[in-house]
Write a protein that binds this ligand. Structure first.
Ligand SMILES: [Zn+2]
Length: 299
């Protein structure tokens, strides 16, 4: 009986938090969890696994195309690697140019090595990337569905970055795709950005990442105020660390961007254990609800 009781309380909170929206227009943590499973079924999304990357790319593109008529893929070559960023827009025609425009981003690639493993054999294997990669993508794809069902009052861009997780492999940097996106789209400078990375853990812990806190304090405080009002306890009212992630090129371009990332990193981070069973639909739900309120302006 207990789980049913908990479910009904969370359903009530959901209704309170998004006002008069119908069920189909609300973020579903369950659907987001399913989006993670779909990505995992393609295999590791890393440069050595061409088929997995092609299939995942097609899945993300086709899902977005059912919700937006503005979906583009941008291929690039950098550091001797080929990559593809995917960009879907949900334009509100009352907003013009970059003003009042929000970028929501996640990396869709996964790390080609499980270098946090102790066994040398396992270290050479790619990580499955349920949390590290697939979770952020899954939330964005679910948001695309609700943006189509209930157009937001601002223009939204969902950007899926390739080649985030090559950092420190053969001296490569992190966030190759995000950096390419910023340099190849010089006229795209939204007024705010949020990166979602590792957001599905059963004991999700998102403290205030310190580049975000110091360089995008207003946006960060807004997000944490929403989380507090929703009792979204995954958002911790404490400082995290300085983390290299896809928000850095945006911050360097002067765009206030917050990185929502689990910290301290979970024990299975960059190992072969980053699998679906580590994820929780309730954690995804909390993140989806907070981002929904940020976008729709509901307190
Ligand atoms: Zn990673």
């Amino acid at each position: 009986m207990r789980p049913i009781k908990i479910l009904s309380i969370s359903a009530f909170l959901l209704i309170v938090s998004v006002g008069s929206l119908g069920a189909e227009e609300q973020f579903s943590g369950e659907r987001a969890l399913q989006n993670i499973a779909t990505q995992l079924a393609y295999g590791a999304r890393e440069p050595g696994n061409v088929a997995a990357k092609q299939n995942t790319l097609r899945y993300i593109q086709q899902t977005l195309e059912t919700h937006s008529n503005q979906v583009t893929s941008q291929t690039f070559e950098a550091h001797g690697l080929k990559g593809t960023n995917i960009w879907a827009s949900f334009v509100n025609h009352k907003t013009t140019g970059n003003t009042g425009r929000i970028m929501l981003g996640a990396h869709w690639d996964t790390r080609p090595r499980s270098d946090q493993e102790t066994s040398p054999t396992k270290q050479k294997m790619p990580t499955p990337g349920a949390n590290d990669g697939a979770s952020g993508v899954a939330v964005l794809l679910e948001l695309a569905r609700i943006f189509a069902a209930n157009p937001p009052p601002v223009t939204l861009d969902l950007v899926f970055f390739d080649l985030e997780d090559m950092g420190n492999i053969n001296n490569l940097p992190f966030s190759i795709g995000s950096r390419e996106f910023i340099s190849r789209n010089p006229f795209y400078r939204p007024s705010a950005g949020v990166i979602l990375d590792m957001v599905c853990d059963k004991n999700l812990s998102i403290p205030k990442e310190l580049y975000s806190k110091t360089q995008a304090p207003k946006l960060l405080n807004r997000i944490w105020a929403i989380a507090k009002a929703q009792n979204a306890t995954a958002f911790r009212d404490k400082d995290g660390s300085y983390i290299q992630d896809d928000h850095i090129p945006f911050l360097e371009a002067g765009i206030p961007t917050v990185d929502l990332i689990h910290y301290p990193f979970p024990s299975y981070w960059h190992t072969s254990e980053d699998t679906l069973d580590k994820c929780s639909s309730q954690s995804l739900q909390q993140v989806g609800n907070v981002i929904s309120s940020l976008v729709y302006g509901v307190p």
